[in-house]
Design a protein around this ligand. Sequence first.
Ligand SMILES: C[S@@+](CC[C@H](N)C(=O)[O-])C[C@H]1O[C@@H](n2cnc3c(N)ncnc32)[C@H](O)[C@@H]1O
Length: 249
Amino acid sequence: MLSTPTRQLALQGAAVILVLSLAWPYYGWQAEAMPWQQTSLAIGAVALALAAISRQPWWWRVMHALFMPLVWVTYHLAIDPGWFLLAFVLLLLVYRGALSGQVPLYLSNRETVAALDELLASEEAESFLDLGAGLGSTVVPLADRWPERRFTGVENAPLTWLAGRFLCIGRPNLSWRLGDLWQMPLHEQAVVYAFLSPTPMAQLWEKAKAEMKPGSLLVSNSFPIPGVNPEFVIDVPCSPPRPLYCYRV
Ligand SMILES: C[S@@+](CC[C@H](N)C(=O)[O-])C[C@H]1O[C@@H](n2cnc3c(N)ncnc32)[C@H](O)[C@@H]1O
């Protein structure tokens, strides 16, 4: 089975090849220049049809329909290519996790942090680790709230990590690390928090079972571990719903 990025690339590629393999010989035969505006619209329409036939989620259909027409529009804006390179590098520095493990950056909200705060009060947990800590939106307020407990955040996107590094300044109970969450040892953590995506959850559970001490808690924001019953679920009062699935190891 193809991964999502490969499938979408294949879909858009199929639309490009289909339209160009008809349009190029036709306009070549007529000795006319290719009408790129109409061609890009045709590619968008074919890509949309292919995405609908293969039942892609709606947001992929919109992206397929708009991609080539927007390439055409952007080309006509005659923007210096250096800006694209800069935008690409910046996106890579922030969204590295989306590329390597399908885990993009989006932040825990205040209601979730309040629920985690209550959980820490009831668990009396000495240590808390955020796997994929983003900008530190969970560990920074929690470290302030519980100065006698140890907090750790690990983040692999360099620019995100750097922004978080500044936000962590002046908090001796907070360790802020640049690194891969899969390399992070879990055995010293009483509570491990993860707000990732559905993709890595089964693998994360294997890691938690192998490394976390019995009795410690794995908390997953929004994404349950497939086939495993949580010990309890915290219904965070927010919209869209962001339940906290809590698994006792
Ligand atoms: C959904 S965000 C959650 C951010 C933060 N935990 C919060 O709740 O506000 C997921 C974060 O995990 C990071 N990430 C993805 N894969 C990672 C990996 N392999 N190692 C470390 N961080 C990763 C992403 O860069 C992103 O910042």
